[in-house]
Design a protein around this ligand. Structure first.
Ligand SMILES: Nc1nc2c(ncn2[C@@H]2O[C@H](COP(=O)(O)OP(=O)(O)OP(=O)(O)O)[C@@H](O)[C@H]2O)c(=O)[nH]1
Ligand SMILES: [Mg+2]
Length: 369
């Protein structure tokens, strides 16, 4: 048996080191905290690996599809020479390897959550950890936030990114909203248009959702109801004319056609128009009732490089609102708008650390189970 001590400033980082070097079969024997001369906390995790398990190898717990692919391709060699016996045999062996890896990843996740929970010695902090993970916050983020949550402090004040609120001034602010089909883009834009036009801000609406039958209709109707100007753009060359016509608007809100990582032709088609419009901010809107993994895939798309903010809709329709924390960390984008109902202009807000804490406090674990 091999025993080693892994140290890092945070417990989950030390556990990640164990996972990386020893793989998922490592046994966590002990964990201790110490303080450096400068007063910083350091976690030391004592881990052991049975030599028989060492063949499982490092990185076996890595969760990305790419890693699965690499490992599954390498797997036959690791089990000794296996003469190819046809396409079916290869695919059956790949499936078996993938299933094995899925079980390992799942088991590792549970084990890590258990280890992190045990490392919280205070019962109030453990309860906070249970509450947060019950609402979908990942174990490592819940571990980092449990203390603040137990002490009723605002969550993520320092380690999450927070967007700067929109302040329409004399110059035009151009905000674009993109995201999966049906996530609530047009509804959020209608809410914003109603909210700001009621405050006396000069608002104009523009849609690039021009290829679908009825794509522009919803927003056009809202524009009519609210008495604000509406435009549509089919191609990049339309932008010059539209920008001239909306010159006096203080807020230009741009609606777009939905896309997904597997169906991103609509995104590619619209990108040139968006670039020509020179948007100040691009908001990715993710519906909170979406599967977390699907949301993560959306965040891995190269288009994310052009986004400036992340926003969330349908917070009223999920038992796991904590996943928005995981998405925010994964994207690195600042949190901004949230929408928690279909009504226009209500049921919308700007997320800040206090708002996020209230959102997660008001959900009860029994409801989230
Ligand atoms: N419960 C709930 N419903 C919402 C919310 N936001 C939007 N909706 C509803 O979701 C449906 C789709 O909303 P849209 O605003 O049309 O979504 P979209 O992203 O513009 O959809 P596409 O243009 O088809 O891609 C509508 O019925 C909205 O009323 C929300 O925050 N909560
Ligand atoms: Mg729409």
């Amino acid at each position: 048996m091999r025993i080693k001590v892994f140290s890092a400033p945070r417990l989950h980082e030390a556990l990640a080191k164990v996972r990386q070097e020893m793989g998922p079969d490592a046994l966590i024997l002990d964990r201790q905290q110490s303080q450096s001369a400068s007063g910083d906390t350091l976690w030391h995790v004592h881990a052991a690996l049975d030599d028989q398990n060492a063949a499982t190898g490092p990185d076996a717990g890595a969760g990305s599809a790419t890693d699965h692919q690499q490992i599954s391709n390498a797997a036959p060699a690791a089990h000794g020479p296996q003469p190819p016996t046809g396409r079916h045999a290869i695919s059956a062996s790949t499936d078996a390897t993938l299933q094995r890896l899925e079980r390992i990843v799942e088991g590792l996740g549970n084990r890590e959550a258990g280890s992190l929970r045990q490392a919280l010695t205070n019962p109030d902090t453990q309860r906070a950890f249970d509450h947060l993970t019950g609402l979908g916050v990942s174990a490592s983020h819940a571990f980092d936030m449990a203390d603040d949550f137990a002490n009723k402090k605002a969550l993520g004040q320092k380690n999450l990114a927070w967007g700067e609120r929109i302040k329409p001034g004399q110059q035009r602010n151009t905000l674009l909203f993109t995201g999966p089909s049906g996530c609530g883009k047009s509804t959020l834009i209608a809410k914003l248009a109603a909210h700001y036009s009621m405050k006396g801000v000069r608002v104009a609406l523009l849609s690039t959702d021009t290829e679908r039958i009825g794509g522009v209709d919803m927003l056009k109707n809202y524009a009519l109801t609210l008495g604000v100007d509406f435009f549509s753009a089919r191609k990049a060359s339309d932008s010059e004319h539209i920008l001239l016509q909306t010159d006096s608007a203080q807020l230009l809100l741009i609606d777009t056609e939905g896309w997904s990582p597997r169906r991103d032709a609509t995104l590619k088609r619209q990108s040139a128009i968006w670039d020509a419009l020179g948007c100040d901010r691009r908001f990715l809107l993710l519906p909170a009732n979406m599967d977390e993994e699907d949301g993560m895939q959306q965040l891995q798309h190269p288009a994310m490089a052009n986004m400036t903010d992340i926003a969330f809709s349908r917070l009223d329709e999920t038992q796991k609102p904590g996943k928005i924390i995981n998405w925010s960390f994964a994207s690195g984008l600042p949190m901004s708008y949230c929408s928690f109902g279909p009504e226009v202009p209500e049921q919308m807000g700007w997320l800040n650390a206090q708002g996020l804490t209230t959102l997660l406090s008001s959900h009860h674990r029994s409801a989230a189970a």
